[in-house]
Design a protein around this ligand. Structure first.
Ligand code: AMP
Ligand code: MG
Length: 423
C-alpha cells in the first residue's frame, strides 16, 4: 500500500473540485489518506471472527495429512486391473476413517475402504462400491477407472510450511474452520477500530424523552451503531451535541482523543457548515464536499488529530447511503484488510419508470424479486426522499443509477447492489 497522503495534498490535485465531486473520486481521495492500525493481539480463533489477520497463518501440517479415500469402496493397485475383462482381487481387510488398515496391499489384493480412511500402503486407486461386487473374501471389478480415481492426496488442500491464510485477510466462518483444521487455536489479529460518533441538531431528542414542538427522535445514532457494530468496530456513542460552537468544539476534541475514527451526522449542509467549518479548520484538516450523488450530497472528510473524520449528512437515508458507499470500505482498510472486494452488483429489470436527472449518481432503494423465468426484477420502494427511512427497511438493494443516466422507462435493465452482505 502506498504511504498515505495528507488531507491538504488531496485539495491540491489538478482535478479537485469540492463543489462537484464524483462518487468514485471521493472514494479515491479518502483511500489515499487512510493509515491502517498496526497493533496486533493474539486471540483464540473463535474470538478472531470478524477480525483481520495480523500475520500469515503458516500451515504446520499437510491437509489432508495422508492420502485417503474420497468414496466408500475398494482400495486397489491400479496395475492389477485389466481393462478388457473382469478382475477378481482378494479382500484382505477393511480401512475405516480414523482406523487405518495396518498392512500393505500386495499384488492381487484389495481392502474395503470407507470415505476419509487412510489409503493403505501399495494401493493407489479406489473403486466405488457401486462398480464392484464382493462375495466372501473376494471382490470383482469390471469398469476400470483412471489411476488415482476417488483418492485425495496428502497436502492437496494445504501444504505444510506454506501460508494457509494471508496477513490482511478478514476472518470469516471458513477461516475459523480452516485454522481449526490445522490444529491452530490462537491467531494474531489487528486490534479493533474505535469509532466515536455523535449527532448534531437542536431538534434532536433522545429516545425515552417526550418530544417537544418541532422535535424529532435521533435515529441516526442507532443506524450508525448498527452499521459500525456489524463492521466489527468498538463504538463510542457520544449522544446528541447541541448546535453551539462550544459544545461542538468540545465534542470533536474529546472524540479525537478517544477514537481512531469520528463520525457525525448533520451539520454539514449549507448554512450549518459555516461554524462547524471554522471549528474544524482550527482542530484539524477537513475538506467539505458536495458529492454528485443522491442522496448524500454534503459530506466532510478529513483528519482531526490522528482520527479520521467522516461528516455525514443529517438525513437518515443519506447517512446510510454515504456510510455504505464511503465509510464501510474505509473502515475495512483501517482495520488492516489488504484486499477490499468491491461491493457485488447484479443486473435486474426495473418494473417501474424512474425519474432521474443526469449529472449525479443515484442510490434508489429497491425491492428485488425473481420472475418465473429466473430473471431478477426490481421495483423502487416508492417515495425516494432522503428522510424516508422506511425505504431502507423495505429495500433489498440499492438501484445504482450512474451519473450519465437520465429518465428510465419501465422495463429498463438497471444495476442493483444487494444490501445482504453489506449490512
Ligand atoms: P442537517 O444536515 O443537520 O441539516 O439535517 C438534515 C435533516 O436530517 C434535517 O431534517 C434533520 O432534522 C435530519 N436529521 C439530522 N440529524 C438527524 C438524526 N440524528 N436523526 C434523525 N434525523 C436527523
Ligand atoms: Mg442540523
Amino acid at each position: 500500500m502506498p504511504a498515505p497522503k495528507t488531507v491538504s495534498d488531496l485539495s491540491c490535485a489538478d482535478d479537485y473540485d469540492p463543489n462537484s465531486m464524483p462518487v468514485s473520486k471521493a472514494r479515491e481521495y479518502i483511500r489515499a489518506v487512510l493509515d491502517p492500525v498496526t497493533t496486533v493481539e493474539r486471540l483464540h480463533i473463535r474470538d478472531a471472527l470478524g477480525r483481520v489477520l495480523g500475520s500469515d497463518v503458516i500451515s504446520p501440517v499437510n491437509v489432508p495429512g495422508h492420502d485417503n479415500s474420497a468414496m466408500d469402496g475398494y482400495a486397489v493397485r491400479f496395475a492389477d486391473l485389466t481393462s478388457d475383462r473382469e478382475t477378481t482381487l482378494k479382500l484382505i481387510g477393511t480401512a475405516f476413517a480414523g482406523k487405518p488398515f495396518g498392512g500393505p496391499v500386495s499384488q492381487g489384493e484389495a481392502v474395503r475402504i470407507m470415505t476419509g480412511a487412510v489409503l493403505p500402503q501399495g494401493a493407489d486407486t479406489v473403486i466405488m462400491q457401486e462398480r464392484a461386487s464382493a462375495t466372501g473374501d473376494s471382490v470383482s471389478v469390471t469398469a476400470v477407472p483412471q489411476e488415482g480415481t476417488n483418492t485425495r492426496k496428502a497436502g492437496e488442500d494445504l501444504r505444510k510450511g506454506e501460508p494457509a491464510l494471508n496477513k490482511g485477510q478478514l476472518v470469516r466462518p471458513a477461516e475459523l474452520g480452516l485454522m481449526a483444521s490445522l490444529g491452530i487455536g490462537e491467531v494474531p489479529v489487528y486490534r479493533r477500530l474505535r469509532v466515536a460518533f455523535f449527532s448534531t441538531g437542536d431538534e434532536l431528542v433522545n429516545i425515552g424523552q417526550p418530544l417537544g414542538p418541532g422535535q424529532i427522535y435521533d435515529s441516526n445514532r442507532y443506524t450508525l451503531y448498527g452499521m459500525l457494530t456489524r463492521a466489527g468496530c468498538d463504538v463510542l456513542d457520544m449522544g446528541v451535541i447541541r448546535d453551539t460552537p462550544e459544545a461542538i468544539e468540545k465534542a470533536f476534541a474529546e472524540a479525537s482523543e478517544a477514537a481512531d475514527v469520528i463520525i457525525t451526522s448533520g451539520g454539514v449542509s449549507v448554512g450549518e457548515a459555516d461554524f462547524v467549518k471554522q471549528i474544524l479548520a482550527r482542530l484539524g484538516d477537513v475538506l467539505f464536499w458536495k458529492i454528485a450523488m443522491k442522496p448524500g450530497r454534503p459530506m466532510a472528510y478529513g483528519k482531526i488529530g490522528r482520527a479520521h473524520f467522516f461528516g455525514l449528512p443529517g438525513n437518515p437515508v443519506a447517512v446510510m447511503v454515504t456510510f455504505y458507499q464511503f465509510v464501510r470500505d474505509a473502515l475495512a482498510v483501517l482495520q488492516g484488510q489488504e484486499t477490499i472486494k468491491p461491493l457485488p452488483t447484479m443486473k435486474a429489470r426495473c418494473t417501474a419508470p424512474i425519474k432521474k436527472a443526469p449529472g449525479r449518481t443515484e442510490f434508489q432503494r429497491g425491492i428485488l424479486s425473481r420472475a418465473g423465468d429466473g430473471e431478477w426484477t426490481v421495483r423502487p420502494t416508492g417515495d425516494q426522499g432522503s428522510g424516508i427511512l422506511s425505504s431502507m427497511s423495505q429495500a433489498h438493494c440499492f438501484i445504482v443509477l450512474p451519473t450519465e443516466t437520465g429518465r428510465l422507462d419501465a422495463g429498463a435493465i438497471v444495476e442493483v447492489q444487494p444490501l445482504e452482505g453489506l449490512v
